[in-house]
Design a protein around this ligand. Sequence first.
Ligand SMILES: [Zn+2]
Length: 510
Amino acid sequence: MTTAPVTDFAPLNLNGTDWNAIEPLLNDLAERPVETNEDYDKWLLDRSELEAAVSESVANTYIDMTCDTASDAKQSAWTAYLENVAPKFKPVIFVLDKRLKELGEKFGKTSGRHEVLFRDTAADVDLFRDENVPIETELAKLDQEYDKICGKMTVEFDGEERTMPMMGKYSESADRKVREDAWRAVAKRRMEDQEAISTIYDQMIAKRHQTGINAGFDNYVEYIYKARHRFDYGTSHAYAFHDAIEQAVMPFVARLDATRKKELGLEKLRPWDLNVDPKSRDSLKPFKGGVDLIAKSRKVFERLSPELGEMFRSMGDGSNTDGTANGAMLDLDSRKGKAPGGYLYFRDRTRRPFIFMNAADQHRDVETMVHEAGHAFHSMYANNESFVWYRSSPIEFAEVASMTMELLTMPYWDEFYPSEEDANRARRKQLEGSIGLLPWIATIDAFQHWVYLNPNHTREERANAWLGLDDRFGTQGHHCDWSGLEEERKFVWQRQSHLFGNPFYYIEYG
Ligand SMILES: [Zn+2]
């Protein structure tokens, strides 16, 4: 696959987070005469290549920051970009967007191949406000703060200091006492930062609301749908989706819960009874460490498709633990000082993916691995696209390749589970999890709608809104007994990192 730049406008070694290096190129694009169709085509490709170069430098700075939340140097590199480059870059991009709109109309490049680019750019021109630029910087810094707080969270358990992802395996323990102790240890640790995270969220809500108002909307919700270029559906569709989940999925999950209670011999399910195997078999052990995870995943993809196997092989062996250093494309194992969650970040200039994970030898890491690999393949298949803007899909399709890969790989999971019984158990868990995720998606999405439609709420009102949704959709669909844990229950949303760094994205998983 080609990774050669489509023009030589942006030097190959350009540091896209160095304002002095990119400013003259941006000025060229803002001022260069564009008189003919050919001039316009060249202008677009040059702009695309420059944006790819900047995007790649930003990606590497971000990845390194999330891989090492305890490193002052990596944290300040990211802060420096947010404070010194992004605020200058965005207003110039606005100038270029206005130019693209004018030139697109002048040269009739508003439909066909140009339709999506023109539509998205027109939306960006409508939404841009100078006064939102510093607010966006503050929001990104608050998200960095959230990542840092989460990256520091560990507990002493079972004789060792363990990260939150490492604690996940105890939720599958057949010993109920171990599950409960682990659950309480995690909840207690999270509650220590509850106040700090609530404060971050308060500030984010106020700032996001202001960006919506500044852009001429009544609230942030209308603003963010347009800012995300979500043109295919609106809030009424989102509400209908929540209702459909309530009607169609909740009865199914209730039946699963009834079986679970019976098989576990319990009167009531408690929060620590939701992840254990209902037949009380010990936890699944799909792999040990990132290298093993990659070796087994590679075999899965080779069997699914030799082409995918080849693409997966190009991403490395999973041993890297140092972010993007030495050209790495993977940083997989959980460790103290890593931001929460998992993501795929595509580097637009060299057209290489990067997979970030917090793997801790559990089945859910297998799901994350094949999910993020699905994103990686999707991006790699778009490698030959000359416009950087078309190397990722519009938002409505963003989670399709990844969510699908969780299901397409299923027949080959014997690579992780040589025993037929374990493989089938994992498949069943996956299918139940795919359905069980829907109520959680509804919970998170409905919560965000409430939060931003009622931006002046108190923390108590927010807790009540959350509890109301938990009554409606349960915790991932499960209705369990939280007695004695009322405080902890009010703050379960704090675990969902998308609420902080990626608002109104979560519905895409459904
Ligand atoms: Zn995804």
